[in-house]
Design a protein around this ligand. Structure first.
Ligand SMILES: Nc1ncnc2c1ncn2[C@@H]1O[C@H](COP(=O)(O)OP(=O)(O)O)[C@@H](O)[C@H]1O
Ligand SMILES: N[C@@H](CCC(=O)OP(=O)(O)O)C(=O)O
Length: 374
Protein backbone atom coordinates (compact mmCIF):
# COMPACT_ATOMS: atom_id res chain seq x y z
CA UNK A 1 0.00 0.00 0.00
CA UNK A 2 1.27 3.45 -0.98
CA UNK A 3 1.38 5.94 1.93
CA UNK A 4 0.03 9.44 1.33
CA UNK A 5 3.58 10.81 1.48
CA UNK A 6 4.40 8.71 -1.60
CA UNK A 7 1.73 10.38 -3.78
CA UNK A 8 4.29 12.99 -4.82
CA UNK A 9 6.26 10.21 -6.53
CA UNK A 10 3.30 9.30 -8.78
CA UNK A 11 4.05 9.09 -12.47
CA UNK A 12 0.48 9.37 -13.69
CA UNK A 13 -2.68 10.71 -12.05
CA UNK A 14 -6.32 10.77 -13.18
CA UNK A 15 -8.38 13.64 -11.75
CA UNK A 16 -12.17 13.46 -11.99
CA UNK A 17 -14.25 16.58 -11.38
CA UNK A 18 -17.98 16.24 -10.72
CA UNK A 19 -20.89 18.28 -12.11
CA UNK A 20 -21.99 19.94 -8.91
CA UNK A 21 -18.55 21.47 -8.42
CA UNK A 22 -18.03 22.55 -11.99
CA UNK A 23 -21.32 24.27 -12.40
CA UNK A 24 -21.84 26.13 -9.12
CA UNK A 25 -25.05 24.35 -8.22
CA UNK A 26 -26.41 24.76 -11.76
CA UNK A 27 -25.58 28.45 -12.28
CA UNK A 28 -23.20 27.90 -15.20
CA UNK A 29 -19.54 26.93 -15.23
CA UNK A 30 -17.53 27.98 -12.22
CA UNK A 31 -14.77 29.71 -14.19
CA UNK A 32 -12.80 30.73 -11.11
CA UNK A 33 -12.70 27.21 -9.74
CA UNK A 34 -11.68 25.81 -13.13
CA UNK A 35 -8.80 28.27 -13.40
CA UNK A 36 -7.62 27.34 -9.90
CA UNK A 37 -7.70 23.56 -10.57
CA UNK A 38 -5.95 24.03 -13.92
CA UNK A 39 -3.20 26.05 -12.22
CA UNK A 40 -2.59 23.21 -9.77
CA UNK A 41 -2.58 20.66 -12.59
CA UNK A 42 -0.06 22.80 -14.47
CA UNK A 43 2.16 22.73 -11.38
CA UNK A 44 1.98 18.94 -11.28
CA UNK A 45 2.95 18.85 -14.95
CA UNK A 46 5.95 21.05 -14.08
CA UNK A 47 6.99 18.38 -11.59
CA UNK A 48 6.87 15.77 -14.35
CA UNK A 49 3.59 14.16 -13.26
CA UNK A 50 1.28 13.17 -16.10
CA UNK A 51 -2.34 14.20 -15.58
CA UNK A 52 -5.54 13.07 -17.28
CA UNK A 53 -8.69 14.97 -16.46
CA UNK A 54 -12.13 13.39 -16.47
CA UNK A 55 -14.58 16.24 -16.41
CA UNK A 56 -18.34 16.01 -15.94
CA UNK A 57 -20.57 19.01 -16.33
CA UNK A 58 -21.72 18.89 -19.93
CA UNK A 59 -25.35 18.21 -19.04
CA UNK A 60 -25.34 20.67 -16.16
CA UNK A 61 -23.70 23.41 -18.25
CA UNK A 62 -26.02 22.65 -21.17
CA UNK A 63 -29.03 22.95 -18.84
CA UNK A 64 -27.78 26.31 -17.68
CA UNK A 65 -27.15 27.55 -21.25
CA UNK A 66 -30.55 26.33 -22.44
CA UNK A 67 -32.35 27.67 -19.38
CA UNK A 68 -33.60 24.22 -18.27
CA UNK A 69 -34.51 24.22 -14.59
CA UNK A 70 -34.42 20.46 -14.04
CA UNK A 71 -32.29 17.69 -15.52
CA UNK A 72 -34.17 16.46 -18.63
CA UNK A 73 -35.60 12.95 -18.40
CA UNK A 74 -35.79 12.14 -22.12
CA UNK A 75 -32.55 10.81 -23.58
CA UNK A 76 -32.62 13.07 -26.65
CA UNK A 77 -33.03 16.15 -24.44
CA UNK A 78 -30.15 15.06 -22.23
CA UNK A 79 -28.02 14.45 -25.29
CA UNK A 80 -28.86 17.86 -26.71
CA UNK A 81 -28.06 19.57 -23.39
CA UNK A 82 -24.76 17.66 -23.16
CA UNK A 83 -23.73 18.72 -26.68
CA UNK A 84 -24.33 22.37 -25.85
CA UNK A 85 -22.60 22.13 -22.47
CA UNK A 86 -19.56 20.27 -23.76
CA UNK A 87 -18.69 23.37 -25.82
CA UNK A 88 -18.44 25.36 -22.60
CA UNK A 89 -16.25 22.76 -20.94
CA UNK A 90 -13.83 22.56 -23.83
CA UNK A 91 -13.59 26.31 -24.07
CA UNK A 92 -12.95 26.72 -20.35
CA UNK A 93 -10.29 24.03 -20.14
CA UNK A 94 -8.54 24.96 -23.36
CA UNK A 95 -8.36 28.64 -22.43
CA UNK A 96 -7.06 27.94 -18.94
CA UNK A 97 -4.45 25.37 -19.95
CA UNK A 98 -3.20 27.77 -22.65
CA UNK A 99 -2.48 30.35 -19.95
CA UNK A 100 0.06 27.86 -18.59
CA UNK A 101 1.53 27.00 -21.98
CA UNK A 102 -0.24 23.64 -22.09
CA UNK A 103 -2.43 22.02 -24.71
CA UNK A 104 -5.59 20.18 -23.75
CA UNK A 105 -7.24 17.49 -25.87
CA UNK A 106 -10.90 16.52 -25.89
CA UNK A 107 -11.53 12.76 -25.71
CA UNK A 108 -15.17 11.63 -25.67
CA UNK A 109 -15.75 7.95 -24.96
CA UNK A 110 -18.65 5.54 -24.76
CA UNK A 111 -18.54 2.23 -22.98
CA UNK A 112 -18.52 0.58 -26.38
CA UNK A 113 -15.11 2.11 -27.02
CA UNK A 114 -13.67 0.28 -24.03
CA UNK A 115 -15.61 -3.00 -24.18
CA UNK A 116 -14.25 -3.87 -27.62
CA UNK A 117 -10.68 -5.05 -26.98
CA UNK A 118 -9.27 -3.50 -30.18
CA UNK A 119 -10.87 -0.12 -29.57
CA UNK A 120 -9.78 -0.31 -25.92
CA UNK A 121 -6.17 -0.71 -27.04
CA UNK A 122 -6.61 2.11 -29.56
CA UNK A 123 -7.99 4.43 -26.89
CA UNK A 124 -5.02 3.52 -24.69
CA UNK A 125 -2.53 4.32 -27.46
CA UNK A 126 -4.17 7.67 -28.14
CA UNK A 127 -4.09 8.67 -24.49
CA UNK A 128 -0.48 7.57 -24.02
CA UNK A 129 0.50 9.47 -27.17
CA UNK A 130 -1.19 12.61 -25.86
CA UNK A 131 0.72 12.24 -22.59
CA UNK A 132 3.95 11.84 -24.56
CA UNK A 133 3.16 15.13 -26.30
CA UNK A 134 2.78 16.69 -22.84
CA UNK A 135 -0.92 17.34 -23.55
CA UNK A 136 -3.61 17.13 -20.85
CA UNK A 137 -6.44 14.88 -22.11
CA UNK A 138 -9.84 16.10 -20.94
CA UNK A 139 -12.23 13.15 -21.04
CA UNK A 140 -15.99 12.94 -20.78
CA UNK A 141 -18.58 10.41 -21.77
CA UNK A 142 -19.74 10.97 -25.36
CA UNK A 143 -23.18 11.96 -24.08
CA UNK A 144 -24.44 13.16 -27.45
CA UNK A 145 -24.47 9.60 -28.80
CA UNK A 146 -24.41 7.39 -25.70
CA UNK A 147 -27.62 5.40 -25.39
CA UNK A 148 -28.54 3.31 -22.37
CA UNK A 149 -26.81 0.20 -23.77
CA UNK A 150 -23.45 1.81 -24.46
CA UNK A 151 -23.08 4.26 -21.60
CA UNK A 152 -20.88 4.18 -18.52
CA UNK A 153 -23.72 5.83 -16.64
CA UNK A 154 -21.52 8.05 -14.50
CA UNK A 155 -18.12 9.63 -14.72
CA UNK A 156 -16.78 8.03 -11.52
CA UNK A 157 -16.82 4.68 -13.34
CA UNK A 158 -15.33 6.33 -16.42
CA UNK A 159 -12.55 7.81 -14.26
CA UNK A 160 -11.74 4.39 -12.80
CA UNK A 161 -11.71 2.71 -16.21
CA UNK A 162 -9.40 5.43 -17.52
CA UNK A 163 -7.12 4.88 -14.49
CA UNK A 164 -7.09 1.15 -15.42
CA UNK A 165 -6.52 1.93 -19.08
CA UNK A 166 -3.43 4.09 -18.55
CA UNK A 167 -2.24 2.32 -15.37
CA UNK A 168 -2.42 5.47 -13.27
CA UNK A 169 -0.96 5.47 -9.76
CA UNK A 170 -3.73 7.59 -8.33
CA UNK A 171 -7.35 8.53 -9.07
CA UNK A 172 -8.45 11.79 -7.45
CA UNK A 173 -12.23 12.27 -7.37
CA UNK A 174 -13.17 15.87 -6.60
CA UNK A 175 -16.72 16.37 -5.42
CA UNK A 176 -18.89 18.65 -3.27
CA UNK A 177 -18.21 16.77 0.01
CA UNK A 178 -15.02 16.56 2.07
CA UNK A 179 -14.83 12.86 1.26
CA UNK A 180 -16.63 9.64 2.13
CA UNK A 181 -18.57 9.90 5.38
CA UNK A 182 -19.86 6.90 7.33
CA UNK A 183 -23.33 7.97 6.12
CA UNK A 184 -24.62 10.71 3.81
CA UNK A 185 -23.82 13.98 5.66
CA UNK A 186 -26.70 15.67 3.82
CA UNK A 187 -29.11 13.35 5.62
CA UNK A 188 -27.15 12.72 8.81
CA UNK A 189 -25.36 15.91 10.03
CA UNK A 190 -23.50 13.84 12.65
CA UNK A 191 -21.78 11.68 10.01
CA UNK A 192 -18.01 11.20 10.38
CA UNK A 193 -15.45 11.59 7.62
CA UNK A 194 -13.49 8.41 6.86
CA UNK A 195 -9.83 9.33 6.48
CA UNK A 196 -8.47 6.03 5.19
CA UNK A 197 -9.96 2.67 4.27
CA UNK A 198 -9.25 -0.15 1.85
CA UNK A 199 -10.93 0.33 -1.52
CA UNK A 200 -12.04 -3.29 -1.16
CA UNK A 201 -13.45 -3.03 2.36
CA UNK A 202 -16.92 -4.55 2.25
CA UNK A 203 -18.36 -1.96 4.67
CA UNK A 204 -17.96 1.06 2.37
CA UNK A 205 -20.84 0.07 0.13
CA UNK A 206 -23.28 0.52 3.02
CA UNK A 207 -21.94 3.96 3.93
CA UNK A 208 -22.15 5.42 0.44
CA UNK A 209 -25.48 6.76 -0.76
CA UNK A 210 -26.94 8.27 -3.91
CA UNK A 211 -26.58 11.78 -5.33
CA UNK A 212 -29.13 14.32 -4.20
CA UNK A 213 -27.86 17.39 -6.09
CA UNK A 214 -30.00 16.90 -9.20
CA UNK A 215 -26.84 17.62 -11.21
CA UNK A 216 -24.49 14.75 -10.44
CA UNK A 217 -25.14 11.08 -11.01
CA UNK A 218 -24.35 8.17 -8.78
CA UNK A 219 -23.42 9.99 -5.57
CA UNK A 220 -20.87 8.32 -3.27
CA UNK A 221 -22.01 4.84 -4.29
CA UNK A 222 -20.40 5.13 -7.73
CA UNK A 223 -17.29 6.76 -6.22
CA UNK A 224 -16.57 3.85 -3.88
CA UNK A 225 -17.22 1.29 -6.60
CA UNK A 226 -14.91 3.33 -8.87
CA UNK A 227 -12.23 3.10 -6.17
CA UNK A 228 -12.66 -0.68 -6.12
CA UNK A 229 -12.39 -0.84 -9.91
CA UNK A 230 -9.32 1.42 -9.93
CA UNK A 231 -7.62 -0.81 -7.35
CA UNK A 232 -7.65 -3.66 -9.86
CA UNK A 233 -4.83 -2.00 -11.74
CA UNK A 234 -3.13 -0.97 -8.49
CA UNK A 235 -4.45 2.62 -8.48
CA UNK A 236 -5.45 4.11 -5.14
CA UNK A 237 -8.24 6.67 -4.93
CA UNK A 238 -8.70 9.92 -3.05
CA UNK A 239 -12.18 11.40 -2.71
CA UNK A 240 -11.91 15.05 -1.69
CA UNK A 241 -13.74 18.33 -1.89
CA UNK A 242 -12.94 20.45 -4.93
CA UNK A 243 -13.81 23.49 -2.81
CA UNK A 244 -10.87 23.05 -0.44
CA UNK A 245 -8.17 25.60 -1.22
CA UNK A 246 -5.25 24.08 -3.18
CA UNK A 247 -6.94 20.68 -2.93
CA UNK A 248 -4.95 18.97 -5.71
CA UNK A 249 -1.63 20.35 -4.44
CA UNK A 250 -2.47 19.29 -0.90
CA UNK A 251 -3.49 15.77 -1.90
CA UNK A 252 -0.31 15.31 -3.92
CA UNK A 253 1.78 16.63 -1.01
CA UNK A 254 0.33 13.86 1.16
CA UNK A 255 -1.79 16.09 3.41
CA UNK A 256 -4.49 14.27 5.38
CA UNK A 257 -7.47 15.58 3.47
CA UNK A 258 -10.39 13.71 1.96
CA UNK A 259 -10.76 9.94 2.08
CA UNK A 260 -7.89 7.73 1.00
CA UNK A 261 -9.24 4.47 -0.48
CA UNK A 262 -6.03 2.51 -0.84
CA UNK A 263 -5.45 -0.31 -3.29
CA UNK A 264 -4.36 -3.42 -1.44
CA UNK A 265 -4.92 -6.21 -3.93
CA UNK A 266 -2.45 -7.59 -6.44
CA UNK A 267 -3.04 -5.74 -9.72
CA UNK A 268 -4.73 -7.85 -12.41
CA UNK A 269 -2.86 -8.54 -15.61
CA UNK A 270 -3.83 -6.25 -18.49
CA UNK A 271 -6.38 -8.50 -20.18
CA UNK A 272 -8.18 -9.29 -16.92
CA UNK A 273 -8.27 -5.61 -16.09
CA UNK A 274 -10.06 -4.95 -19.33
CA UNK A 275 -12.39 -7.80 -18.51
CA UNK A 276 -13.10 -6.46 -15.02
CA UNK A 277 -14.11 -3.14 -16.54
CA UNK A 278 -16.82 -4.69 -18.70
CA UNK A 279 -20.16 -3.32 -17.57
CA UNK A 280 -22.69 -4.97 -19.84
CA UNK A 281 -23.55 -8.32 -18.31
CA UNK A 282 -25.54 -10.51 -20.72
CA UNK A 283 -26.53 -13.40 -18.48
CA UNK A 284 -25.94 -15.48 -15.35
CA UNK A 285 -24.65 -18.96 -14.60
CA UNK A 286 -25.60 -20.52 -11.29
CA UNK A 287 -22.81 -22.80 -10.01
CA UNK A 288 -22.96 -25.71 -7.61
CA UNK A 289 -21.01 -25.39 -4.34
CA UNK A 290 -18.02 -27.33 -5.68
CA UNK A 291 -17.57 -25.20 -8.78
CA UNK A 292 -18.06 -21.95 -6.82
CA UNK A 293 -15.34 -23.04 -4.39
CA UNK A 294 -12.88 -24.08 -7.09
CA UNK A 295 -13.30 -20.73 -8.81
CA UNK A 296 -12.91 -18.76 -5.59
CA UNK A 297 -9.94 -20.70 -4.26
CA UNK A 298 -7.90 -21.60 -7.32
CA UNK A 299 -9.17 -19.35 -10.12
CA UNK A 300 -9.42 -22.35 -12.46
CA UNK A 301 -11.54 -22.45 -15.62
CA UNK A 302 -15.28 -23.03 -15.32
CA UNK A 303 -16.43 -26.43 -16.58
CA UNK A 304 -20.00 -27.30 -17.57
CA UNK A 305 -20.17 -30.04 -14.95
CA UNK A 306 -20.39 -27.41 -12.16
CA UNK A 307 -23.19 -25.36 -13.74
CA UNK A 308 -26.69 -25.78 -12.28
CA UNK A 309 -28.67 -23.18 -14.23
CA UNK A 310 -28.41 -20.67 -17.07
CA UNK A 311 -30.25 -17.34 -16.99
CA UNK A 312 -30.59 -14.88 -19.87
CA UNK A 313 -29.91 -15.17 -23.55
CA UNK A 314 -26.33 -14.61 -24.68
CA UNK A 315 -23.92 -15.50 -27.45
CA UNK A 316 -20.44 -16.98 -27.46
CA UNK A 317 -17.85 -14.41 -26.32
CA UNK A 318 -20.30 -12.37 -24.22
CA UNK A 319 -19.94 -11.48 -20.55
CA UNK A 320 -21.82 -13.41 -17.88
CA UNK A 321 -21.68 -13.40 -14.10
CA UNK A 322 -21.22 -16.62 -12.12
CA UNK A 323 -23.33 -16.90 -8.98
CA UNK A 324 -23.11 -19.38 -6.12
CA UNK A 325 -26.25 -21.16 -4.91
CA UNK A 326 -27.10 -18.26 -2.60
CA UNK A 327 -27.06 -15.80 -5.51
CA UNK A 328 -23.74 -14.15 -4.58
CA UNK A 329 -21.48 -13.29 -7.51
CA UNK A 330 -18.17 -15.16 -7.39
CA UNK A 331 -16.73 -14.38 -10.81
CA UNK A 332 -17.49 -13.03 -14.26
CA UNK A 333 -16.12 -13.96 -17.62
CA UNK A 334 -16.53 -14.47 -21.35
CA UNK A 335 -18.32 -17.66 -22.37
CA UNK A 336 -17.15 -20.14 -25.01
CA UNK A 337 -20.71 -21.33 -25.69
CA UNK A 338 -24.03 -19.55 -26.18
CA UNK A 339 -26.77 -19.74 -23.55
CA UNK A 340 -28.87 -22.39 -25.32
CA UNK A 341 -25.80 -24.63 -25.67
CA UNK A 342 -24.81 -24.21 -22.02
CA UNK A 343 -28.35 -25.11 -21.05
CA UNK A 344 -27.85 -28.45 -22.83
CA UNK A 345 -24.34 -29.25 -21.57
CA UNK A 346 -24.73 -28.02 -17.97
CA UNK A 347 -23.95 -30.77 -15.47
CA UNK A 348 -22.04 -32.84 -18.05
CA UNK A 349 -18.35 -33.57 -18.50
CA UNK A 350 -16.58 -31.92 -21.45
CA UNK A 351 -16.06 -35.24 -23.25
CA UNK A 352 -19.85 -35.51 -23.64
CA UNK A 353 -20.23 -32.19 -25.50
CA UNK A 354 -19.77 -33.90 -28.88
CA UNK A 355 -22.68 -36.29 -28.36
CA UNK A 356 -24.96 -33.60 -26.89
CA UNK A 357 -24.20 -30.71 -29.25
CA UNK A 358 -22.93 -32.59 -32.27
CA UNK A 359 -19.61 -30.80 -31.95
CA UNK A 360 -17.19 -29.70 -29.26
CA UNK A 361 -15.27 -26.42 -29.28
CA UNK A 362 -13.50 -25.72 -26.00
CA UNK A 363 -13.43 -27.97 -22.94
CA UNK A 364 -14.19 -25.02 -20.67
CA UNK A 365 -17.38 -22.97 -20.59
CA UNK A 366 -15.21 -20.04 -19.40
CA UNK A 367 -11.44 -20.33 -19.73
CA UNK A 368 -9.48 -19.02 -16.73
CA UNK A 369 -7.79 -16.38 -18.94
CA UNK A 370 -11.24 -14.94 -19.59
CA UNK A 371 -12.42 -15.12 -15.97
CA UNK A 372 -12.08 -12.55 -13.17
CA UNK A 373 -12.90 -13.30 -9.57
CA UNK A 374 -15.07 -10.80 -7.73
N1 LIG B 1 -21.51 8.48 2.73
C1 LIG B 1 -21.53 9.62 2.02
N2 LIG B 1 -20.53 10.54 2.20
C2 LIG B 1 -20.52 11.69 1.48
N3 LIG B 1 -21.46 12.00 0.55
C3 LIG B 1 -22.46 11.13 0.32
C4 LIG B 1 -22.54 9.89 1.05
N4 LIG B 1 -23.62 9.20 0.61
C5 LIG B 1 -24.20 9.96 -0.33
N5 LIG B 1 -23.52 11.13 -0.53
C6 LIG B 1 -23.93 12.15 -1.49
O1 LIG B 1 -23.08 12.09 -2.66
C7 LIG B 1 -23.02 13.40 -3.21
C8 LIG B 1 -21.84 13.50 -4.18
O2 LIG B 1 -22.12 12.76 -5.34
P1 LIG B 1 -22.63 13.46 -6.70
O3 LIG B 1 -23.78 14.34 -6.42
O4 LIG B 1 -22.79 12.38 -7.71
O5 LIG B 1 -21.39 14.41 -7.01
P2 LIG B 1 -20.45 14.59 -8.27
O6 LIG B 1 -21.18 15.50 -9.18
O7 LIG B 1 -19.23 15.23 -7.68
O8 LIG B 1 -20.16 13.25 -8.86
C9 LIG B 1 -22.93 14.27 -2.01
O9 LIG B 1 -23.33 15.57 -2.26
C10 LIG B 1 -23.80 13.57 -0.98
O10 LIG B 1 -25.12 14.11 -0.95
N1 LIG C 1 -21.17 12.98 -18.84
C1 LIG C 1 -22.03 13.61 -17.87
C2 LIG C 1 -21.54 13.17 -16.53
C3 LIG C 1 -22.62 12.94 -15.56
C4 LIG C 1 -22.01 12.51 -14.24
O1 LIG C 1 -21.58 11.39 -14.00
O2 LIG C 1 -21.89 13.50 -13.38
P1 LIG C 1 -21.13 13.43 -11.97
O3 LIG C 1 -21.86 12.52 -11.07
O4 LIG C 1 -21.18 14.81 -11.55
O5 LIG C 1 -19.73 13.02 -12.24
C5 LIG C 1 -21.90 15.13 -17.98
O6 LIG C 1 -20.85 15.63 -18.41
O7 LIG C 1 -22.85 15.81 -17.62
Amino acid sequence: MMSRSEFAKSKRVVIKIGSALLTEGGKGLNQTAISVWVKQIAELKQQGIEVILVSSGSVAEGMSRLGLKTRPKALHELQAAASVGQMGLVRAFEGNFQLHGLHAAQVLLTHDDLSNRKRYLNARSTLLTLLNYNVVPVINENDAVATEEIRFGDNDTLGALVANLVEADLLIILTDQLGLFDSDPGINPGATLISKISANDSSIGEMAGESRSGLGRGGMATKVSAARLASRSGASTIIASGDVEHVITKVMAGEEIGTYLYANIAPLVARKRWLAGQLQVKGRLVLDAGAANVLKKSGKSLLAVGIKAVEGSFSRGELVVCLDLTGVEVARGLVNYKSTEIDLIKGYASRQFESILGYSDEEEVIHRDNLVLV
